[in-house]
Design a protein around this ligand. Structure first.
Ligand code: FAQ
Length: 347
């Protein structure tokens, strides 16, 4: 009897160990299969990147690629929307009806750019409410340049010419970014942004043809906006932790320094053409590119100022964020009405 009982216990132990052997075997096998599967998926993803085939929302993508895109696209969207504030202040004080209409249309475009970009980011599986919450909690960044004040009408010229000019230099290269919805949003945004750049340049050109006071105002505006515009391209490549992956995955098609150089080389001749001077005593021509355009040597950026502004300590950071929070809260009823209307009409 004891023997029989012993064998039953032994048998059940053996069965248990056999079943746990099979369980762990099948677990290992499925883990192996999953790993092999992931390896395959990574290979497929990388092959598409190499072949310049866009990654689309339903395609498999590495989690880090998805997170990188959510961060960059939402930062970009927030920049467009917060960027409406410095100019919005001047709509009611534009010097003519023509100037007012153009400025109004331009600011409205920037709001639209924000919306295309939020939509592109939403295809990555995070809601717009979440993006806004991250912005309000200070967890999401936006372009540092919008934390400087717009003091007079000449600043409308400097923002359009320099800030939109810097933005478009970057965005032209982002049209070739590897994520389909981001790339397509960029194509449309670039078309509109090039008008913005001309609108700003026209204001500066007009002021430079005006009185001595107007010329002084234009020069003062370029003095104040030149360096913040150069900072828009981000830290030097050697200090840019995100560039490695961004270039590998073809999210960024050119590096921060390369884009900044392009902007400097194209903007200095534009300034000189209308009699303006960039506020840098060390500017000097050091050669020509393949197109015969001058290449300039220039002073370095004040990186302490850059990081202070990025980290919330610029002249207008608090004002910009508080304004956005207030406008968002005051607009809650509009969102509620839109939702109710949607629910009513979808039946
Ligand atoms: N401001 O490693 P990296 C416009 C942050 S649209 C604030 O080099 P990454 C239209 C960066 O996020 C202008 N933060 O990073 C308009 C990162 O922080 P995190 C917006 C900055 O991403 C015109 C950290 O520093 N355009 O203006 C800035 O590879 C007129 C380390 O930097 C875009 O967003 C900065 N300037 O390169 C509207 C274009 N620079 O996230 C109204 C798309 C760097 O690790 C009126 N974005 N940081 O905590 C990009 O191309 C890139 O994201 C860069 C930064 C180039 C901005």
């Amino acid at each position: 009897m004891t023997n029989i009982r012993f064998s039953v216990v032994e048998l059940s132990f053996q069965l248990l160990s056999i079943s746990s052997f099979f369980a762990s075997y099948s677990e290992n096998t499925s883990m192996k299969e999953t790993l092999e599967n992931t390896d395959e998926l990574i290979k497929e993803f990388e092959a598409k990147i190499d072949a310049e085939i866009k990654i689309e929302p339903r395609d498999w993508m590495p989690e880090d690629y998805r997170k990188h895109l959510i961060r960059q696209i939402t930062q970009h969207a927030h920049s467009e929307v917060i960027g409406m504030q410095p100019e919005g202040n001047w709509i009611s004080r534009a010097p003519s009806l023509r100037a007012k209409k153009i400025l109004l249309a331009k600011i409205q475009d920037e709001g639209g750019h924000g919306l295309y970009l939020y939509s592109a980011a939403e295809t990555l599986g995070v809601s717009r409410d979440q993006f806004i919450q991250w912005l309000h909690e200070g967890k999401a960044k936006y372009a540092s340049v919008f934390n400087y004040p717009a003091l007079n009408w000449a600043d409308m010229g400097a923002i359009g010419w320099l800030v939109d000019g810097a933005a478009i230099t970057n965005q032209v290269s982002l049209q070739r970014t590897s994520y389909g919805p981001y790339s397509r949003a960029m194509v449309r945004i670039c078309k509109e942004e090039s008008f913005h750049q001309r609108q700003g340049y026209e204001i500066m050109w007009k002021m430079m043809k005006g009185t001595k006071d107007q010329q002084r105002m234009a020069q003062d505006a370029i003095n104040r906006w030149w360096w913040p515009a150069l900072m828009m391209f981000g830290p030097h490549d050697t200090d840019s932790p995100r560039t490695g992956n961004a270039v590998k995955w073809k999210i960024k098609r050119e590096t921060n320094d390369r884009l900044r150089e392009k902007f400097i080389n194209k903007t200095i001749p534009q300034a000189e053409l209308i009699g303006l001077k960039v506020p840098d005593e060390n500017i000097q021509i050091i050669g020509q590119d393949q197109m015969g355009e001058n290449i300039y040597k220039h002073s370095d950026i004040n990186w302490d100022e850059f990081w202070a502004v990025v980290n919330g300590d610029g002249p207008c950071n608090e004002q910009r964020l508080n304004h956005h929070i207030r406008a968002h809260n005051e607009g809650a009823w509009v969102r509620e009405c839109a939702m109710k209307y949607y629910e009513k009409t979808k039946k």
